[in-house]
Write a protein that binds this ligand. Structure first.
Ligand SMILES: [Zn+2]
Length: 300
């Protein structure tokens, strides 16, 4: 099984690369990728560089094999047995991880050891203890997840090889609960009391979530949250144990435009649940206030 090592979270942090780069069930050995390089070096030693180049030209592997660079890298989670995750699968994974739902973890390589059962005092999964990113590898179109931290995902580490599409926000087993329990969208965006502000901080995308894609000439990004849109009231609320496999609140950020001269970012913020748009407004924010979640509604 994947989790036989029973690494503690601390041990995993120390041994991150070696422990997480193995695809033990698929038969891929850690030495496989190094072998062709060792072979080339051996050829160069015996034949010289020019002769080696001629040999390599005739034995060059298919283009796709040369270009796949992200699979197996630290913090990159990919499909198992060389299955290339589709965008729909990657998005489904973010919704599952945001609700701490491990159903698909067995289909992944480089999957999250530290969040596995029995790795912590709860004896439970901790997929929602941190953020996750979804990227498309530019050369191949393959989708990968990036393991983020409690406060963000470092898309920049892979910016030369990939395009950021989406990320998830953590729930941290209740630490990021809305103190009000539930709140309607209008109050969430506009009310100026402490309870609404606390809910805003928890539930809304950060202004950075708009600014970051805009700085990369992207108009679209998606944020997956652990919260639930209540089917009866239409309000946003904390998840309960009964919501284990239920759809979560997903924010679609679109039509993003950054006005650097005026330090403003604008865009459309749409709340989705179960594939349906349940609320949508055009919003504007102070692009310098990246960690903030205060938006002005500027259109329907
Ligand atoms: Zn975010």
């Amino acid at each position: 099984m994947l989790w036989d090592d029973r690494l503690s979270v601390a041990a995993r942090d120390q041994m991150k690369t070696p422990s997480r780069s193995l695809d033990r069930e698929s038969g891929t050995q850690p030495g496989t990728q190094a072998t062709p390089i060792a072979h080339v070096l051996a050829l160069q030693r015996t034949l010289g560089n020019r002769a080696t180049s001629g040999l390599l030209l005739s034995r060059r592997p298919p283009e796709a094999l040369l270009q796949r660079v992200l699979r197996g890298r630290e913090d990159i989670v990919s499909g198992r047995n060389n299955h290339q995750l589709t965008e729909a699968e990657g998005r489904q994974l973010l919704e599952e991880f945001a609700r701490n739902d491990p159903r698909s973890v067995g289909a992944l390589v480089n999957a999250p050891f530290g969040m596995a059962p029995n790795q912590n005092t709860r004896g439970d999964w901790m997929l929602d203890d941190q953020e996750w990113g979804l990227i498309r590898e530019d050369a191949t179109g393959e989708m990968h997840l990036i393991e983020g931290g409690k406060h963000g995902v470092n898309f920049d580490a892979y910016r030369n090889e990939s395009t950021p599409l989406a990320h998830s926000h953590p729930f941290q087993y209740g630490k990021r609960s809305i103190t009000m329990g539930s709140i309607d969208f209008a109050t969430l965006l506009t009310q100026q009391d402490q309870a609404a502000k606390q809910a805003r901080t928890m539930v809304l995308p950060s202004i950075s979530d708009f600014v970051y894609p805009a700085e990369r000439q992207q108009q679209l990004h998606t944020v997956y949250t652990p919260y639930v849109v209540d089917a009866n009231t239409g309000d946003v609320r904390n998840p309960t144990p009964q919501d284990a496999g239920a759809p979560r609140l997903i924010w679609r950020l679109s039509q993003i435009v950054l006005d650097q001269a005026h330090h403003r970012v604008e865009g459309r913020l749409t709340a989705l649940s179960g594939g349906h748009a349940v609320w949508s407004r055009r919003v504007r924010a102070d692009s310098n206030n990246r960690h903030g979640t205060d938006y002005m509604i500027i259109g329907a």
